[in-house]
Design a binder for this molecule. Structure first.
Ligand code: PMV
Length: 327
């Protein structure tokens, strides 16, 4: 049995604008994650009709058990019943990358504590853990850059036009200052800060919010380019505030970023309500995180306000609260 795990993630600043070449900040969230365990159930020698390299019969021999993400069954049947299959694509790309001509029979068990379609990077975490578990099964390793690239290809099936931030932060599992198509950078944290992450419980497809923002941008490019540039300035200032440990400024920047996300139409009444509840309870700042419309709200708290904010967010309708400290 071989296994690998990957964490969840949240975006601190810059979502949506990052799709248009602006920077964003994201961190791994290790309180949630995906584990993929793979067992070889028979070797090729035991299989009488070893397929030729050209056909796809090997997919009949891959069984997947992934109730947490509502995916279970034989790989071949996914392929024929679905147009876009990120899991199938990941497996196929790993098999190609490692030049495995005829994979053995595999049982792939995917377990996850990451809520899906919630801004926690569930899709990217499944892909990254799956790539590494498959490589381990074949006694190989795949470099991080390639892991991230394979996960990015699957993200395109999930999201349409992803920036690549999810697969990057999940692959490298460290704080990331990210610009599309640029080498990954991390950012310094001058003083640890704590976030309360409130899952709104509303599942919202990032593909849709990203698509809606694209339509708005196409209809009025100047206005939306200006908003993306304002968000980029917030990201740069936030990076410095994090470096300097300036919590007050960081909170204010979160509020500003949220206002621009409202202008992009990706907030929702519940997210706005959660934000107000967090601020009323003493949070230094709060914003939605990720694709929006549902998913997460993140609130910046101190040791004095943490309990009050977490309680207020629960009362205001959050389905799950996760507390994470960035160090
Ligand atoms: O996967 P989510 O919902 O955390 O959102 C991804 C962030 C976006 O900027 C909205 C899209 C992207 O690909 O960067």
């Amino acid at each position: 049995m071989s296994s690998a795990s990957a964490p969840g993630k949240i975006i601190l600043f810059g979502e949506h604008a990052v799709v248009y070449g602006r920077p964003a900040l994201a961190i791994p969230v290790t309180q949630v994650g995906v584990t993929v365990a793979i067992q070889i159930t028979s070797t090729n020698n035991e299989i009488p009709d070893i397929p030729s390299q050209s056909n796809q019969d090997w997919k009949e021999r891959i069984s997947i058990f992934a109730p947490a993400i509502h995916r279970s069954g034989v790989l071949a049947s996914y392929d024929s019943s679905r147009k876009a299959d990120p899991i199938g694509m990941v497996i196929e790309n790993v098999v190609k990358e490692l030049e495995i001509n005829s994979p053995p029979s595999l049982h792939i068990d995917i377990s996850s504590s990451i809520p899906v379609s919630s801004g926690f990077g569930s899709g990217a975490a499944v892909s990254v853990a799956l790539v590494r578990a498959l490589a381990a099964t074949f006694g190989r390793t795949i470099p991080d850059e390639k892991v991230s690239q394979i996960a990015f290809e699957a993200e395109k099936l999930h999201h349409g036009t992803p920036s690549g931030i999810d697969n990057t932060v999940v692959t490298y599992a460290r704080p990331v200052y990210f610009i599309k198509d640029k080498p990954i950078q991390t950012f310094a944290v001058g003083a640890p800060f704590t976030l309360v992450i409130a899952d709104s419980g509303i599942r919202a497809a990032t593909r849709e919010s990203v698509g809606d923002v694209r339509r708005l941008w196409l209809a009025n490019p100047q206005r939306f380019e200006d908003i993306f540039t304002e968000i980029a300035a917030i990201v740069e200032t936030a990076r410095r505030a994090i470096q300097q440990g300036d919590e007050e400024e960081l909170g204010e920047l979160m509020n500003q970023n949220h206002r621009f996300l409202q202008e992009l139409t990706v907030s929702s009444p519940l997210l706005d309500h959660l934000k107000q509840a967090a601020l009323n309870a003493g949070a230094s700042g709060a914003k939605l995180s990720g694709g929006g419309r549902g998913g997460n709200l993140i609130a910046l708290v101190s040791s004095e306000t943490i309990d009050c904010v977490a309680t207020a967010l629960g009362r205001a309708g959050a389905r799950q609260i996760i507390i994470t400290t960035v160090i």
